[in-house]
Ligand binder design. Structure first.
Ligand code: PGA
Length: 251
């Protein structure tokens, strides 16, 4: 179901103790406050169990940032979707551009990760987005369309309906250079239209599409006001309650 969502992506930040403190502080700040979006934090794997124990999921929900493309077995260092789910986490970020760029995750690998996540009842937050050279060449729409088609379009309409999308232009991630509100709306509308072409308008209208890339307290309100922007995936600004809370409150 389409929802407003603000999700924090802690990336590879915070020791276990620091992460527990941040989660506690966030939960306390939001406790009793009426907000108009779901709030999710996506922590490193090692934080999941401890953070799950202290969060009230009606206030802050929990996700991981990755899972393996295999179910179980001799895959040293990997963490399966079943393991993530067993911590109590409900979400998993998949296809983040940092995973694609630094860890060789292809659309084909991501298709397997999606399958694992869905089989284990995790809600994927699936990231797509073009790099700067692609935007400068005017190829952003075709790049994003290919990412969607190659990883997602073999899903049944029912399974597609379980996914959250995050459009993250790679040139905007961690750079301080946010997409303009117009660029975000234009791409989100294009993504929705692409989904409608495959699954029909009602599935497309029910899909939450988040924006990510240097979103902050100063630009979140304008970004979220767009009809096709259903929230944000927040990196740097999710690492402190002071910078994350105003984004949640931007809805
Ligand atoms: P950023 O990261 O907010 O630090 O740009 C967003 C993301 O990569 O999810």
């Amino acid at each position: 179901m389409r929802k407003n969502i603000v999700a924090g992506n802690w990336k590879m930040n915070k020791t276990l103790q620091e992460g527990v403190d941040l989660a506690k502080e966030l939960q306390t700040a939001l406790n009793g406050k009426k907000v108009n979006c779901d709030v999710i934090v996506c922590t490193p794997f090692i934080h999941l169990t401890a953070v799950n124990a202290l969060l009230d999921p009606t206030i802050v929900k929990l996700g991981a940032q990755n899972c393996a493309d295999k179910g179980s077995g001799a895959y040293t260092g990997e963490v399966s979707a079943a393991m993530v789910a067993s911590t109590g986490a409900q979400y998993v970020i998949l296809g983040h551009s940092e995973r694609r760029a630094y860890y060789g995750e292809t659309n084909a690998i991501l298709k397997e990760k999606l399958k694992q996540a869905l089989e284990n009842k995790l809600t994927p937050i699936f990231c797509i987005g073009e790099v700067l050279a692609e935007r400068e060449a005017g190829k952003q729409n075709s790049v994003v369309k290919t990412q969607i088609e190659d990883s997602l379009f073999e899903l049944s309409a029912e399974d597609f309906g379980k996914i959250i999308l995050a459009y993250e232009p790679v040139w905007a991630i961690g750079t301080g250079k946010t997409a303009t509100s117009e660029q975000a709306q234009e791409m989100h509308a294009y993504i929705r239209q692409t989904i409608a072409g495959k699954y029909g308008a009602s599935v497309a209208n029910e899909t939450s599409i988040l924006y990510g890339g240097s979103a902050n307290a100063g630009n979140a309100g304008e970004l979220f006001a767009n009809p096709d922007v259903d929230g944000g995936l927040i990196g740097g600004a999710s690492l402190k309650v002071d910078t994350f809370l105003p984004i949640v409150e931007a809805f």
